[in-house]
Write a protein that binds this ligand. Structure first.
Ligand code: GLP
Length: 242
């Protein structure tokens, strides 16, 4: 894993946006895997600015997001569908046919998970997957204990994950109990991975990822050690315990 150390959140966002832009410029029909949460917000903002300034083509781009909360419609204010629309898809004027997220309100969730895997396969897989990291080492919504062979599936969220994400909801009871997420194995199929980590809250997870040499299912991010092309862009606070 290549580690790029940056000063702060802004530098991380700029660096990540540069890397996304380089990917799209070198391969306009790229398939990008995208993440949500607080971490990539700045990256999306910087990427939008770059795309508008440099005016590179986005018409052949396809995107697949990692996950969505179960039970939330795409229009729900806290859904990842709406997050992506607001932060990236609308500012870039991407067509709905270019963007994909698993549907958290699909009537048959297992079928939806299979459909999502099929869709990714049909476009030839993800070229570059953007990832954040949970405080407990989750990637996507793959909580500790998730099998490294998992594909897109329904995951029960840990109380600590619901707690960490409660800041985006009015009441912490409103945080859904389940999510539909790409699995560890789906993530590992990507051609390359760009992992972002910023802030003090992530320092223990980053330390464990970099220093604990065990690759174990109780720490999902450790699966990334088996991938040949992972770059982590982390700021000083996230690297503070290393
Ligand atoms: C969320 C998302 C992850 C994200 C992580 C960290 O639960 N499902 O994709 O990487 O938790 O979120 P944040 O960036 O807000 O710290």
């Amino acid at each position: 894993m290549q580690v790029i150390r940056v000063k702060n959140y802004n530098e991380m966002s700029e660096k990540a946006a540069d890397m996304l832009a380089a990917q799209v410029k070198s391969k306009p029909d790229s398939v990008l895997g995208l993440a949500t949460g607080g971490t990539p917000e700045g990256t999306y903002k910087a990427f939008v600015q770059k795309a508008l300034q440099e005016n590179f083509s986005l018409s052949e781009l396809t995107t697949f997001n990692l996950d969505e909360y179960v039970g939330l419609s795409p229009q729900h204010p806290k859904s990842y569908h709406l997050y992506m629309k607001n932060h990236l898809f609308q500012p870039l004027a991407l067509q709905p046919s270019q963007t994909n997220l698993p549907r958290g309100n699909a009537p048959y969730l297992e079928k939806e998970a299979e459909r999502y895997e099929r869709m990714i396969k049909e476009v030839g897989g993800i070229d570059l997957q953007l990832l954040g990291i949970g405080e407990n080492g989750h990637i996507g919504f793959n909580e500790p204990g998730t099998s490294f062979t998992s594909r897109t599936h329904i995951e029960k969220l840990n109380p600590t994950t619901r707690e960490a994400n409660a800041r985006y909801f009015e009441n912490k009871e409103d945080v859904p109990e389940h999510a539909i997420t790409m699995g560890i194995s789906s993530i590992m199929d990507s051609g390359s991975i760009l992992l972002l980590a910023s802030g003090e809250r992530k320092k223990e997870a980053v330390k464990r990822l970099l220093e604990d040499k065990n690759t174990r299912e109780d720490f999902p991010a450790s699966s990334l050690r088996n991938h040949p092309y992972v770059t982590m862009v982390a700021d000083e606070e996230a690297l503070a315990a290393v």
